[in-house]
Design a binder for this molecule. Structure first.
Ligand code: SF4
Length: 268
């Protein structure tokens, strides 16, 4: 795939963003991870170019204020950010998610709830047109990542063509009241400091629609994992955990350490 003029500008934009994030976070990543990140941006743009070019309003903030939780009547506001596309006579509301399409398709109700609330605010309260809602799943499929890594153009094109990141959901305003109550119950649990993690069985179980388990897919990216009783229990139970390797895990995994050290050596 040839690089267009805009894609050359994308390189500069990515570099600017990368520098900003490094300065803000105070650490960096290595060249390998940086390339993976840029590939994600580049192929995401190529795949969704048509939608991106038709966005009529980007990053629209939707807000539903003055809600009250169902039991304790704690006030809260629901907020979300969406993109709006108007094409011909149709208006679509898009929400971006960093989850894999398979995970989204395996638990559609979870995602539909959120989209229905956004649709209710956009159409029901703000009186805008709306014909459909959809999620754009931002991660590249593993098969496309592998093809990019191998560099075989034909295979990259085949995997790129197979990739379907846009998942239409429609919308149903009748369900909105139940959904807002669900949001309220979650707010109530947070306000009442009910933060118990799921038990270790949940961490060991496969994610719906995916090959990896909860611990690998979710916990590995969680900042509080080393102070989470369920994750520590999971590590203790895992096959290769010895006393010494546990110590290593309690600080950082070897893989994460290497990435961190190499990234920062390159940066400094
Ligand atoms: S490590 Fe994080 S994501 Fe995993 S169970 Fe604990 S708190 Fe939840």
């Amino acid at each position: 795939m040839k690089q267009s003029e805009f894609e050359s500008q994308l390189v500069e934009m990515f570099e600017d963003n990368f520098r900003f994030l490094c300065e803000e976070a105070g650490h960096s990543i290595n060249e390998y991870l940086k390339k993976l990140a840029f590939d994600q941006v580049l192929y995401y743009y190529r795949k969704n170019k048509k939608i991106i070019e038709q966005i009529t309003r980007a990053e629209v903030k939707l807000s539903l204020p003055e809600q009250k939780t169902p039991n304790d009547k704690i006030p809260y506001t629901i907020e979300g950010v969406v993109d709006i596309v108007r094409e011909g006579d149709e208006t679509w509301l898009y929400d971006l998610k960093t989850h894999d399409p398979d995970r989204i398709k395996a638990e559609p109700e979870k995602y539909k709830e959120q989209l229905n609330v956004y649709a209710y605010i956009w159409k029901g309260l703000q009186k805008n047109d709306l014909d459909n809602t959809a999620i754009i799943a931002t991660p590249l499929p593993n098969s496309l990542r592998a093809a990019i890594e191998n560099g075989a153009e034909e295979k990259i094109q085949a995997e790129f063509d197979k990739w379907e990141p846009v998942i239409p959901f429609g919308y149903d305003e009748d369900e909105v009241a139940d959904m807002i109550e669900n949001f309220g119950e979650t707010v109530e649990r947070i306000e009442n400091s009910e933060f118990a993690p799921p038990d270790v069985k949940r961490l060991e179980s496969k994610m719906l629609g995916m090959k990896s388990n909860f611990a690998t897919h979710v916990c590995r990216n969680c900042d509080v994992r080393y102070s989470c009783s369920s994750y520590v229990e999971y590590l203790k139970k895992s096959r290769n955990a010895t006393k010494n390797s546990m110590l290593k895990y309690m600080v950082n995994t070897a893989e994460e350490n290497d990435e961190f050290i190499e990234g920062n050596l390159n940066e400094n």
